[in-house]
Design a binder for this molecule. Structure first.
Ligand code: HEM
Length: 132
């Protein structure tokens, strides 16, 4: 199975509202139908056509839900050695993995701290009642 290779020329041709492709993480997505539904508005996406939109996309801190939407819009891989050089995307995924594991740890804490307090309260009740 060979993925379609999208050239910089093709990316530049699809840079208007009737046909809109966006380059993210070395892959090209067709966002023509999605653009009207984009919670961040159409202008921000239109400003990222014909170039690597990865940084703008990552700066916003898009959710996993936003990333999941991309799968249906995939056109193909962006050409590797063309005119437009794209930055390797190895850094961002590991960063976001670190962030999500930190968030996960944070929410575990949110769960255990109230439980711990409840346990401490009952232990206190038990010991104070016992001593009366
Ligand atoms: C092309 C793929 C894109 C998809 C599928 C997408 C999807 C979404 C989704 C679902 C949200 C809601 C919040 C969230 O779930 O994270 C959002 C918010 C946002 N997006 Fe995108 N987005 C895309 C590209 C971009 C680009 C290239 C920019 C450029 C800067 C951008 C800027 C924003 C901004 C500023 C918000 C925040 C809106 C607000 O909360 O007021 N998005 N996007």
């Amino acid at each position: 199975m060979s993925a379609k290779i999208v050239t910089f020329e093709e990316l530049k041709t699809n840079n208007h509202k009737d046909s809109l492709w966006i380059l993210l993480h070395e892959k090209v997505y067709n966002v023509t139908k999605f653009i009207d539904e984009h919670p961040g508005g159409d202008e921000v996406i239109l400003a990222e056509t014909s170039k690597d939109a990865t940084e703008a996309f990552e700066d916003v801190g898009h959710s996993d839900e936003a990333r999941a939407l991309l799968a249906d819009m995939l056109v193909g891989e962006f050409e590797k050695d063309g005119e437009l050089k794209v930055k390797s995307s190895t850094k961002s995924p590991s960063q976001s993995a670190a962030v999500s594991s930190a968030v996960e740890q944070g929410s575990n804490m949110m769960y255990f701290v109230p439980l711990g307090l409840l346990g401490a309260y009952f232990a206190w009740r038990y010991y104070t009642n016992g001593s009366v």
